[in-house]
Design a protein around this ligand. Structure first.
Ligand code: ACO
Ligand code: LMR
Length: 619
């Protein structure tokens, strides 16, 4: 249980709060205020979030601290019995049950309800519980309040710059109560400029039935010897200000009270006007701002003639108290400097930091992603298609139709080549072993290499090298044979001169018809003539044909031989086979899953067992 404070003090420099709702920004603002005030410990004890538990990382000055998160108020209160305030950010739907639970929790004394729109009958029930249990409610429909130099509820008083400007990091001698949270911010500045500053400011909220009233707080301020004068900022609508009038008359309020009810302009409207707050509407003459200002003035409050003189009245009252020796101005204290958030410093161009990495292909910072400067709307509207997107993201160019069609054709014809090939085989085995789709897909993709599907790039490299260097096809075949290297892109296990690969036929036919030039294909077909005279399966295979035609495409759209070389050296052309084959591999995995196939097991007679009878013993 929190250390006992006098009843009139709701918040001091040791106050700790439970924040209901994972509200990172107000939590950080509360902590920054604490730090500026040089509090010994943070005012946020913990967070309650029904959807998660764990820790929230936030700043205490320049260091990071962890604030625990609990799922229930009960657990939070049990773990933090010294927290006697609940700052309730629950929505208007959950504000009632959560505030009720808090009010019924022994260790919690004050509940600030931020939500607007809490049903009035629910608020009345909460007020009833609070009265019975001697608890305080601030709100609903409020920003909260602030005890200068001690404790701040959530977002009250705005930015840390505003708080320092209004000297709220240390207490003054003036306590105020207002309805509006926004105007309480204005009051912080008015009071700071016309006195030694705010001691405490409470916004009771704009509802017709506030959880605590003007009078409730003014009586607390009256009882508090640190408060030397009081300010009340009422508004049109409701009758609560008359309770203050009575208290002035019967002597319960004796300290100077500067008061003003806004909304005096309502009389110029021909019909009754509902101002911003639920309660800001005069149903009867007594509820008008004019009537209330008059009654307050008559009861002894210091009431200006208009809002324009409000600050002057505060100043006059303050200076009089100082002159009469009733108020000794509170000293100014240097606030502890709160470090600026990095994001703010960047926004204000106060710091710079080298970026971690670069990109030249896409950008998602605007309203919609851009591929190489083209918005995805344009990609769809202008029918870029898959080939067009490959052009933008891989080649960083808006490719002509013949080229995008070619790229799409490659994807289509490499999508699958039956279950017997390496990639599909592996993906199927992985699926049968129970692996998920992505793992099984990956196991298939990982087979793509120099002997299967991954010869696209190597083919491009070797054929362009021999061609660009001016070597004859005959020289290339002999040279590679001498070096003991199989020509990448040549040869197929089952396809041959007599059993041609339809995919290669289709690609060649397309290129002949649509490519502006095909120097590499022409060269490769000369090489094929030579290799197929040796063995009829040493044909230009699908990998080779794709690799070579990609280079023809790049040259045709204006890349120099050096640029093509650089592109090939990235390994980028294999990506086309990977992209296409992914479609088929995923199909195989889904197929196996649909068929609910069991674990794959190779029959023993499919394996040659070559094991010694016993291992060689090392002495
Ligand atoms: N270039 C030149 N000679 C070759 C090539 C080649 N690419 N491939 C095979 N040979 C020769 C071998 O040197 C051997 O010659 P030899 O009889 O004088 O000793 C003979 O052909 C048989 O070699 P094998 O390795 O038994 O041929 P196989 O039919 O098993 O190989 C394979 C097929 C793996 C495709 C092979 O041709 C090769 O390695 N090609 C290059 C890699 C390639 O392009 N892979 C992609 C295939 S298509 C795809 O996966 C989608
Ligand atoms: C394929 O596209 O997977 C095939 O060309 C490979 C093969 O071994 O048949």
């Amino acid at each position: 249980m929190a250390e006992k404070r006098p009843d009139y003090i709701l918040f001091d420099r040791n106050t700790k709060a439970i924040v209901y709702g994972y509200q990172a920004a107000p939590i950080q603002r509360m902590l920054d205020f604490d730090y500026a005030c040089r509090r010994d410990t943070p005012s946020v004890a913990c967070i309650v979030d029904p959807t998660q538990d764990g820790y929230h990382k936030c700043f205490w000055g320049a260091s990071e601290i962890l604030v625990p998160i609990y799922r229930t108020i009960r657990e939070a209160a049990a773990k933090h019995p010294d927290a006697d305030v609940l700052v309730n950010f629950a929505s208007f739907r959950s504000a009632y049950p959560t505030s009720k639970e808090a009010l019924e929790t022994d260790t919690i004394r004050t509940v600030a309800i931020i939500a607007e729109g809490v049903p009035e009958h629910r608020t009345k029930e909460l007020i009833h519980i609070a009265k019975q249990r001697n608890k305080w409610i601030i709100g609903p429909a409020t920003v909260g309040g602030i005890a200068a130099g001690a404790f701040r509820i959530g977002n009250t008083a705005g930015t840390i710059e505003n708080i320092i400007e209004a000297r709220l990091h240390r207490p003054g001698s003036v306590a105020y109560v207002s309805k509006s949270g926004g105007l309480s911010n204005e009051l912080n500045n008015i009071v700071a400029r016309n006195s030694d500053g705010v001691y405490e400011g409470i916004a009771i909220g704009g509802d017709r039935y506030p959880g605590s009233t003007f009078l409730d707080h003014l009586l607390r301020f009256e009882a508090n010897p640190e408060v030397k004068m009081m300010v009340m900022f009422g508004e049109v609508g409701g009758l609560d200000e008359y309770d203050v009038v009575e208290a002035l008359k019967d002597g319960r309020i004796t300290k100077p009270l500067v008061a003003w009810c806004i909304g005096t302009c309502s009389k110029i409207f021909p019909t009754e006007v509902q101002f911003g707050h639920a309660g800001a509407r005069a149903g009867a003459e007594r509820e008008t701002a004019d009537a209330k200002n008059k009654a307050l003035r008559e009861a002894g409050a210091i009431v200006p003639d208009s809002f324009d003189d409000f600050d002057a009245k505060i100043r006059e009252t303050y200076e009089r108290l100082v002159r009469e020796g009733k108020l000794v101005p509170k000293p100014d204290i240097e606030p502890q400097k709160v470090p600026m958030d990095y994001a703010d410093a960047v926004r204000l161009k106060l710091v710079r930091r080298p970026t971690e990495f670069m990109t030249t292909i896409s950008d998602d910072r605007g309203e919609e992603p851009k591929y190489c400067g083209v918005t995805i709307s344009e990609v769809i509207e202008q029918n870029y298609g898959l080939g067009g997107v490959l052009g933008l993201l891989w080649f960083k160019k808006k490719l002509p139709k013949w080229a995008t069609n070619f790229l799409e054709m490659v994807v289509l014809i490499t999508a699958d080549h039956g279950p017997a090939v390496s990639g599909a085989h592996n993906a199927i085995v992985a699926a049968r072993a129970g692996k998920d789709l992505i793992s099984a897909l990956a196991s298939g993709l990982l087979t793509i290499g120099p002997r299967f599907g991954g010869a696209v790039n190597d083919a491009a490299e070797y054929f362009t090298f021999y061609h660009d260097a001016g070597y004859s096809p005959d020289f290339m075949v002999k040279d590679m044979k001498n070096k003991g290297i199989n020509i990448p892109g040549i040869g197929h296990r089952i396809k041959s001169v007599r059993n041609p690969d339809k995919r290669v036929e289709l690609l060649k036919e397309y290129a002949r018809k649509h490519f502006p030039m095909t120097p590499y294909l022409d060269y490769a077909l000369e090489v094929e003539k030579l290799t197929t005279t040796k063995r009829e399966n040493l044909i230009l295979n699908v990998d080779g044909c794709i690799g070579i035609l990609c280079c023809d495409m790049l040259r045709s759209i204006g890349y120099t031989p050096e640029e093509v070389k650089e592109f090939v050296s990235l390994g980028a052309l294999n990506a086309l086979f990977v992209l296409g084959r992914s479609i088929g591999l995923m199909g195989h995995v889904m197929d196996q899953k649909r068929l609910k196939t069991r674990l794959y097991r190779q029959p023993w007679d499919e394996i040659l067992y070559l094991m010694p009878d016993k291992p060689e013993e090392v002495k």
